[in-house]
Design a protein around this ligand. Sequence first.
Ligand code: ATP
Length: 265
Amino acid sequence: TRREGFSTIPNVKWEDVGGLVSLRTEFQLHIVLRIKHPELYKNMNLDTGFLLYGPPGCGKTLIAKAVANEAGANFIHIKGPELLTKYVGESELAVRTIFNKARTCAPCIIFFDEVDALTTKRGKEGGWVVERLLNQLLIELDGADSRRGVYVIGATNRREVMDPAILRPGRLGKLLKISLPGPDDRHSILKTLARGKPIDNDDDLLTIAHKKECENLSGADLAALMDGASMVALEENIYEPSTDALEEKIISDLASLHKNPWTIK
Ligand code: ATP
């Protein structure tokens, strides 16, 4: 099990992330280069807080880790809801501790997964516990000066329920949308996922990426398909599986795939 709040440089590399090219550019500019060449950013007043929003399984956690790896920054992974349940009565202290820790190991990225749990509109769900937690979070985010070298990335599938107070400039002020991959991104993701697996025919992957059946699949769905297909290849002792093996597997798996709620509008 992962130790909550434990900081370390993640081992996810850029090449483990498929697609998401424009997001990558944004992070490169706003975090990676800034950490590597602080002198270039001296008099610029750029956000150090980001909100990644979009459907589940599209690589929010993955890209955040890759950014930290690329920047050589420490990474603190916090699950929003756990802050509320694991530290009952002490979640404000937990927030302070997280930021203190990040400062001592800067450059550091704090990743708040399911950040909406901490920031549902005040007075709505959650009540006073969430309200106090949110206030503490705002205090920490506002202390930008003492936050030097500390970047905060929040991730959510439910941006609409979030308190707008946290999305102001200077807080999680830079909003970055992440969407379900289109055919080209699916191809790129499949290529990424196929590395080291007994499936590596690029033409095949291209064909699959453009299949109608693959519309609306997230990166996580594609990863599940790829795992299934490589298991089949291994079981059947196929060292150079044909497209057909993968395709067949994908088509059959698609039927049983957990429906992505984002596709049901
Ligand atoms: P959630 O909102 O459910 O936390 P998420 O957007 O953070 O989802 P990740 O945890 O980053 O999604 O992705 C889950 C898995 O799906 C990854 O570990 C990876 O195997 C695969 N995956 C998703 N997106 C990509 C991508 N763009 N490139 C490569 N793999 C991907």
